[in-house]
Design a protein around this ligand. Structure first.
Ligand code: SAM
Length: 209
């Protein structure tokens, strides 16, 4: 815990712009952090970065132009855990006592993964993995919260890999990620994400003609 007694989730924004997918992911992280009494910080924002109004409106959200190594220099660095798909150790409930701050790469998932988390790994933060499958950033934060704060062992977090999103009888798409599931076994996604994925899929089909 930090001096404020709250766990901080920090996403270092590594893309130049804020795409609509990332915007929905960040909003979901902000709302869930606020609902759970933790803080969400988006770091390393350029002066040109426009913070969406909906994100600004979430009380426990902060936008930071400083990078994570400026924010957590010196002895504070040891309290930061980088969630890293290439880390040697998986996250455990005990890590909630060792770390106050959980750091994630603000990058969209890609298939196959390009290991852009390396940009944060080279800064020397202690790393933990969330199992072998790639997750979206909001899913990675959700799982970290369940394990570090909710004390649920990683292997007991309910999940689905490569879920299919079916839009209608003829249209479906498969997501190349792991998601936490809700009580009905459905993948948890940010509000508005399924519509956005459908719109992008329709556009890709239109572009073929
Ligand atoms: N393909 C990406 C890459 O280039 O590294 C993975 C990006 S993932 C969409 C965004 C962030 O979520 C990562 O930077 C990492 O912090 C976290 N993440 C996703 N899956 C993870 C896993 N299995 N273990 C640890 N962290 C993970």
């Amino acid at each position: 815990m930090t001096l404020s007694g709250k766990t901080t989730y920090i996403v270092e924004h590594l893309d130049d712009e804020l795409g609509p997918w990332s915007e929905l992911e960040y909003l979901a992280i902000a709302k869930e952090s606020h609902e759970n009494g933790s803080q969400f910080c988006l770091s390393s924002l350029s002066s040109a970065f426009k913070v969406p109004e909906a994100l600004k409106a979430v009380p426990s959200f902060t936008a930071e132009s400083r990078s994570v190594e400026e924010l957590y220099a010196g002895e504070k660095k040891a309290r930061v855990c980088l969630l890293d798909p290439a880390a040697a150790k998986d996250l455990s409930p005990e890590d909630g006592e060792t770390f106050d701050v959980f750091l994630f790469g603000g990058i969209l998932g890609d298939d196959p993964p390009r290991d852009r988390t390396k940009e944060l790994r080279v800064k020397g933060f202690e790393g933990r993995r969330l199992g072998p499958m790639q997750m979206t950033t909001d899913t990675a934060v959700r799982v970290t919260r369940m394990v570090a704060e909710g004390k649920i062992p990683l292997l007991e977090v309910p999940h689905v890999d490569f879920p299919e999103l079916r839009f209608n009888e003829h249209e479906a798409t498969q997501m190349p990620f792991r998601y936490v599931t809700d009580k009905d076994g459905k993948p948890i996604m940010p509000q508005g994400m399924v519509d956005l994925i459908k719109k992008d899929a329709d556009k890709a089909i239109d572009d073929l003609f």
